[in-house]
Ligand binder design. Structure first.
Ligand SMILES: [Zn+2]
Length: 298
């Protein structure tokens, strides 16, 4: 979000909170000076992107993956080339930190690979779903990765694509683990691509399952959980605000909205969040997926 330095500061605030010592909870404050880091000459202020995706290094990218925003063909041949291209784009735009989660294949391994490739720049996220073709990972493996700090976030949790909400009992032990270790949870909310519920992967997908109002029982059962509503719950503005009001430990990110929505709608939605007093809980996210240059589109 290059055009708003205040949002950069807010992302810094949020990340500072995410990095608080276990038990510090959502009230951790910004470290002195964290929002006043001067950008080197000719560079943007430092940006934190809380919503990025990685793919297995050896995964071949189909040549047909044109960028749906710019129409440009994707010139990257595999997951490793994608990592290098994303890193170059991050350096160019002064994106100093990012939360990255795997989008296909062994999702935990993909995120850990990026984190290991650039440990100062990436925080690994555990991309989990809970569907037949993408079952939840062994919780002991997850605990170890959190304890070793190779993974720092539980998410992107794509429960909606499994026909579930975060309140589904299959996630309960994972949410308890996140609470115990003070791991933030990043949840896919809102909607998805047109036709998603007809995709063989995701026949249980339903638009209403992405309504943030659906997670209230999970928030109530897990009072220490810190949650990022990815995609800011769009288009469920009223329920997003209701949940954020009742649960101060709930944040949002703007992933995909900046490049996926008509400009006027993106601005109106962001303005509504700010007008409702949620500005300090709005984080920048690109959701770049296969296209590193989507960051600059945002
Ligand atoms: Zn998502």
């Amino acid at each position: 979000m290059r055009r708003s330095s205040s949002l950069h500061a807010l992302a810094l605030y949020a990340l500072a909170s995410c990095q608080a010592a276990p038990g510090a909870g959502p009230t951790a404050t910004v470290p002195p000076g964290a929002t006043t880091v001067a950008a080197p000459a000719g560079q943007h202020e430092p940006i934190i992107d809380v919503h990025m995706h990685a793919y297995p290094a050896a995964e071949a990218f189909p040549a047909s993956l044109d960028n749906p925003v710019t129409g440009k063909p994707l010139a990257l041949r595999d997951g490793e080339a994608h990592l290098q291209a994303c890193l170059a784009e991050m350096k160019r735009l002064n994106i100093v930190k990012a939360v990255v989660s795997g989008g296909t294949g062994d999702r935990l391994a993909a995120a850990i690979h990026w984190r290991d490739a650039a440990p100062d720049r990436f925080l690994g996220g555990a991309g989990v779903r809970g569907s037949e073709d993408t079952p939840l990972p062994d919780i002991r493996v997850l605990r170890k990765a959190f304890e070793d700090r190779r993974l720092r976030v539980l998410g992107e949790v794509t429960a909606q694509y499994a026909g579930r909400t975060l309140g589904d009992p299959i996630y309960d032990a994972y949410l308890s683990l996140a609470e115990e270790l003070d791991i933030p949870v990043s949840l896919h909310t809102g909607i998805g691509p047109p036709g998603e519920s007809f995709d063989p992967c995701c026949r249980g997908f339903r638009a209403h399952l992405g309504n943030p109002g659906e997670i209230e029982e999970a928030l109530n059962r897990h009072p220490k959980l810190r949650v990022n509503l990815m995609h800011a719950g769009w288009p469920y503005l009223a329920d997003t605000l209701a949940v954020m009001t009742i649960y101060p430990q709930v944040y949002v990110d703007l992933g995909a909205l900046g490049w996926g929505l008509p400009r006027a709608e993106f601005h109106a939605y962001l303005a509504a969040l700010m007008r409702a007093g949620m500005g300090k809980r709005v984080m920048f996210g690109s959701d770049q997926m296969y296209w590193p240059d989507r960051k600059s589109v945002v």
